[in-house]
Ligand binder design. Structure first.
Ligand code: SAH
Length: 249
């Protein structure tokens, strides 16, 4: 047996600051975690968008040789792909099961990533200005106080470094496509995956970021084409979108 590189487990500080977590959300991801790397599971959309977001992040931040932290990394789809692209990656999440799956997968694939169960705010207190790149994808719409996560990301990145977010816009079209369409019509996602009230408008995210000392560089939509069943980068940010920001040097 290969010795496992164990997931680093929570410290007291995690539990103190993990107030900014919805335990129902964490449990939901834990329950599905064993299917994380099954490309036909409920995580199919994450597998499908991954090459797109990875390429976009790499085109802006040039991942080779960079220190990266992936916030809300889940089973590690993005974390591993950034490590493959040449970055040194740390992945953090609050779902013990997702982190176990991530760690096992990294052992199997031989792509090293350091996973840790810790809240973003707690890691920010411990490792300020330590990363060239911070990614936080498809996670903000699952937390009680997204602005606090944005501040933590801004603290984790070094001056001049990049921060990337992706989340879901809040409007009628997003409700129809991301909730009704994906969860009720296409059955792409389990019902209850997304809570419309927690969706975030790009202007709101940009405001959280500005207040945290991050400058907006690029806003990109990600559009699902149901007929060809592919995702594309787009100027249309009505539903899924990504934002690239930079901490003032
Ligand atoms: N970022 C990954 C996974 C997205 S799924 C990707 O895009 O591929 C959302 C993840 O956010 C889950 O793993 C869930 O456990 C995590 N999450 C939800 N609330 C969180 C919180 N408050 N702190 C850290 N992780 C959280």
């Amino acid at each position: 047996m290969t010795p496992t590189s164990p997931v680093i487990h929570p410290t007291v500080e995690t539990h103190q600051i993990a107030r900014n977590a919805d335990l129902k959300e964490i449990d939901k991801f834990s329950e599905m975690a064993h299917r994380w790397w099954d490309p036909n599971s409920e995580f199919k959309p994450l597998h499908e968008i991954n090459p797109l977001r990875l390429g976009w992040i790499d085109s802006i931040a040039d991942l080779r040789g960079k220190q990266v932290v992936d916030i809300g990394c889940g089973g590690g789809i993005l974390s591993e792909s950034m490590a493959r692209a040449g970055a040194t990656v740390r992945g953090i999440d609050l779902s013990t099961k997702a982190l176990k799956v991530a760690d096992l997968h990294s052992l199997e694939s031989g792509v090293a990533v350091t996973y840790e169960e810790i809240a973003a705010e707690a890691l920010a207190a411990r490792m300020p200005a330590s990363f060239d790149v911070v990614t936080c994808m498809e996670m903000l719409e699952h937390v009680p106080d997204p602005a606090s996560i944005v501040r933590a990301c801004a603290t984790l990145v070094r001056p001049g470094g990049h921060v990337f977010f992706s989340t879901i816009n809040r409007n009628l079209k997003a409700y129809l496509l991301a909730v009704l369409g994906a969860e009720y019509v296409l059955n792409m996602l389990p019902r209850g995956t997304h809570d419309y009230d927690k969706f975030i408008k790009p202007a709101e995210l940009a405001r959280f970021a500005r207040q945290a000392g991050l400058d907006l560089i690029e806003l990109r939509g990600m559009v699902y084409r149901p007929l060809s069943q592919v995702y594309e980068l787009s100027r249309d940010t009505d539903v899924n979108y990504m934002m690239a920001l930079r901490r003032t040097a």
